[in-house]
Design a protein around this ligand. Structure first.
Ligand SMILES: [Mg+2]
Length: 173
């Protein structure tokens, strides 16, 4: 493990996950994608994934192995979203714990170096991914999030980790 800042994403996407260029992942040798759910695939408070995001998932699914890994304990809700996208999922994952992510790597049959995690939170998604050696990608919610708590946390994370604001917009290290 290098001295890399564990809270620093490899890539910061301006906008939601649907803005993420799959060619960038291809160029990095990525074969598997681990997707956060709340405020990544859909904004908190939304009941379904919007068309831009579902179209992106359908395209990504044709080329990469996708899993949803969520800390949300509401299994029925996550199962409904996962089924609508034809994706396998893990709920109550307890990120930044690496346990659920390790399980997904095993299911994918891929090494950490070929897997990216995509999420909206530094202290869960990005930290967990960096601890495991995944490519880490920070995105914004795909709509207005109803989670004041979530947006407050994101603002706090950016305040306490100002390096974030100057990170390059595309991963080129
Ligand atoms: Mg999230």
């Amino acid at each position: 493990m290098s001295t890399k800042n564990l809270l620093r994403p490899d890539l910061i996407v301006s906008g939601p996950v649907s803005n993420l260029d799959l060619g960038v992942l291809r160029g990095r040798g990525i074969a598997g994608l681990i997707l956060d759910l709340d405020d990544t695939l859909l904004a908190l408070g939304e009941q379904r994934v919007n068309t831009l995001v579902s179209d992106w998932v359908i395209e990504a699914r044709s080329e990469f192995t996708l899993w949803i890994v969520s800390n949300n304990p509401n299994r029925l809700f996550i199962e409904g979203i996962a089924n609508s996208l034809s994706l396998p999922f893990i709920n109550q994952a307890a990120k930044p714990s690496r346990r659920a992510l390790r399980r997904v790597l095993t299911e994918m049959g891929l090494p950490a170096s070929q897997v990216a995690i995509i999420g909206d939170r530094l202290l869960t998604d990005i930290l967990a991914g960096n601890r495991l050696g995944l490519m880490t990608i920070l995105v914004e919610p795909p709509g207005p999030s109803r989670a004041l708590r979530g947006s407050w946390l994101r603002a706090a994370e950016r305040f306490f980790f100002p390096a974030m604001r100057t990170a390059p917009p595309s991963g080129s290290s």
